[in-house]
Each structure stands twice: as C-alpha cells, then as structure tokens.
Write a protein that binds this ligand. Structure first.
Ligand code: PMP
Length: 395
C-alpha cells in the first residue's frame, strides 16, 4: 500500500508537461512552451566564465555557500532593483531556484488551508501548481487590455474576508501578454492597504519590453512592506541556471530563507558564481537590449500571420513585450479537443489550450501561443495551418 499524505492528492500531473514532451519532437511546430530563444544565450561568455571558475584557484565555486545566496550576487541584484525604483540592499534579497521557488516559498509562508488567493483570470499555471499544496481557495479577477480589473478586485476584497494574498504578473503576463496600467498598479497597492492583504508581484518578463514605456513596479509603490517582489534571470540570461530572487521586508525574507534552507539548503554555488561573474564582466542591459529586436520581430510575425490566417470571430492580445499572445475563439470552441483531434494529428502544431490557466472555472475557448522559440518559416506555416483548421472546425 502506498500511504501518501493527504496533500499528495493535490499534486497532479500538469497538462502542460505532457505537451512539452511532444514539443521536443522535431516534426512538431510548437507554440507551446514559454521557452526563451536558446540561440540568444550568451554562450561564449558563460563558457569562459565556467572554465575560469573550474580551476583550482576557484575551488570555492564548488563549495557550500550562504543559504540565502552568494552575497556578491545578492548585492548585484539589489543594485539592479534599486535602479528599477525599488531601493534595497543585499540583505533584502533572497536568491531562489528561479522565480518558481519564490512562488512555492511564499505560499508556504502565508497560506493556510482555506485562505483565499486572488489571481488574475487567467493566471500562470505554475503559480497554481505551487500554491495548490497549501490548499487555498481561489478568487479570480477578470482582466482587460490594461490588466486586472481593480474595481472587480475591490468588490472581491469587500465580500471575501479570507483573502490573504493577491498574485499578479503585471508585465506581459503569462498567459495573456497583458500589462497592468500605471493607475491600476497604484490602486492595487491602495486596495491591499485598505483590506490588509499581501501582494505577490511576479516579474520574469519585465525586462523583455519591445515597445512602449516601462512602468514602475508595484513594489515601488509599497510603503509598508506588503508587496513581495519576485524576479528571475531565466528570461534575461538563461533558465537552466535556475536563478531568481525575492525582495521582501527583513522579517519576511528571513522566514523565506529558513523555508529555503529546509527545501534545498542553497542554490548551486557554481551557477551563482557564474551569474555574478557575468554581471561583473559584461553589460547585461546591453545583452537584453540586443535580444529585444529578435523577440519583437517574432511577435510582429506572429501577429501579422494571425491577422492573415484567422477567421472572423477569433481575437488575440497584442503584447508590448514578453513571449505570449492569448487567442480567444468563439464561445463554445473547445481548444483542447481541437488540438487533440485536429491540430496535432493533421498539422503537427502545438498550442497551449487555455482551460488550464483558470484558477476558477475552466473556460475552454482560449489558447496561449508563444512566438519565442520557432524559426520564422515554421512560425508562419504553423499559424497558417492553425488558422485553416480553426476555419474548418468553425464550419
Ligand atoms: N512566473 C511566471 C509568470 C512564469 O511565466 C514563469 C515561467 N516562465 C515563472 C514564474 C518561473 O520561471 P523561473 O522559475 O524559470 O524563473
């Protein structure tokens, strides 16, 4: 008999994981995974850095280090966040295994069974996976082109005293690509104050802005320490390094650090040393700026091909950055069945059916399309095939 703990029932296979295994098949054109473009990783620079770290003089690079992260890397992250309008120092930063670990640790610290987490509608499925073992209830806030609807949020907060945490991805949200407007960022902090709830701000795509004006983070409006800010090197350096960070008050950071100690002791010293050496020796802002035209071009190509290929009645978002557009099909369209029965067998194209991105109520008539990792000709061919089959399915 397998005597799992009750929480094991809450750990279910993610449909996304099943799709991602298909995505490695070279025949498949995948708009599925939100992977950054691997051809943009700074390979030569990192190769030189790792070669240098793996010499006897740098044996400490393979040694244990501080559980809250390499002090030098924390200082470098703090310096970047300070420049981004969030004044802080190394001791305000916890280094995590990507932003994903920040989601897990924050839920463990704040969420008891039955506490309500407010999410955007739709929201990042990885956050739901991280939160679920804490057995929260969810309330979800509708979005429009300016991000989550703050009036709807106010209504939820007025009527739901159990709300503990508001989870938001304000910049080029996963899955919609939408960005929260400046006024709404401010209003969100006011509402959190008024109703005494925490905000979890998750910003992995923040620096991938291709156009428009950079907006201040939600954290930059926080005067009382109720915003926990998560960030990640995954999209600006490389996700395989598994490096992210949490910026929070000393009290919260300390507790999160103890939870991290229990989870995995520390991030790998070698990767932290490598990222730190990269930041010392190279201009990461220039590296990011160098990547943006490639992503912008991909986005433009996808949006243009969608316009050409999709029938009337299908709409999609126009992200100013990040990796995704969110497609809305007519009511009654089931994108998961469409993908299973038509799109994969007939065209070998992968999308992410939207139903999994809803914390509450699984609306089937959406899909997330990522444009980052597909060569131009395959991107065009894939979107055209998608459009043709959508026409066929809609009759
Ligand atoms: N938050 C959001 C919104 C994401 O889309 C992702 C994954 N791309 C993450 C967090 C986690 O990413 P990572 O752990 O690689 O930093």
């Amino acid at each position: 008999m397998t005597a799992f703990a009750a929480r094991a029932a809450l750990v279910q296979p993610s449909p996304i994981r099943e799709f991602l295994s298909l995505a490695t098949n070279p025949e498949i054109i995948s708009f599925g995974g939100g992977y950054p473009d691997a051809s943009l990783f700074p390979m030569a620079q990192l190769r030189a850095i790792y070669a240098d770290l793996l010499t006897p003089a740098n044996a400490q690079a393979l040694q244990y280090t501080a559980s809250d992260g390499l002090p030098r890397l924390r200082a470098q992250v703090a310096e970047r966040l300070t420049r981004d309008g969030m004044p802080c120092g190394p001791d305000d930063i916890l280094i995590t295994q990507g932003g994903q670990q920040g989601l897990d640790l924050v839920a463990k610290l704040f969420v008891d069974r039955g506490d309500v987490i407010v999410t955007e509608d739709p929201t990042f499925i990885g956050a739901l996976i991280a939160f679920n073992p804490c057995e929260p209830a969810y309330a979800s806030v509708p979005m429009d082109e300016d991000g989550l609807d703050v009036d709807a949020l106010a209504e939820i907060l007025r009527t739901t005293p159990q709300v503990k945490l508001i989870y938001t991805v304000p910049d080029f949200q996963n899955p919609t690509g939408r960005t929260l407007s400046l006024e709404r960022r401010q209003r969100l902090v006011e509402l959190a104050e008024e109703f005494d709830v925490m905000i979890l701000e998750d910003t992995p795509y923040r620096e991938l802005r291709y156009e428009g004006t950079r907006l201040p983070t939600i954290k930059s409006f926080d005067t009382t320490g109720r915003v926990i800010h998560l960030g990640s090197f995954s999209k600006i350096l490389a996700p395989g390094l598994r490096l992210g960070w949490v910026l929070a008050t000393p009290e919260i950071r300390e507790k999160l650090a103890l939870l991290k100690l229990a989870a995995d002791t520390q991030n790998g010293t070698l990767n932290m040393r490598a990222a730190s050496a990269y930041l010392d020796a190279h201009d990461i802002d220039a590296h990011i700026a160098g990547m943006l035209p490639a992503y912008r071009r991909k986005r433009d190509l996808m949006l243009a091909t969608l316009s050409e290929a999709m029938p009337d009645g299908v709409t999609w978002t126009r992200p100013e950055g990040g990796l995704f557009t969110w497609v809305t099909f007519p009511d009654g369209f089931d994108s998961a069945a469409f993908q299973r029965d038509l799109l994969i067998p007939r065209a070998g194209v992968l999308i992410v059916p939207g139903a999994t991105f809803f914390a509450v109520g699984h609306r089937p008539n959406h899909a997330r399309l990522s444009y980052s990792g597909v060569p131009d000709d395959r991107l065009v061919a894939g979107v055209r095939a998608l459009g043709a089959l959508v026409r066929e399915a809609l009759g």
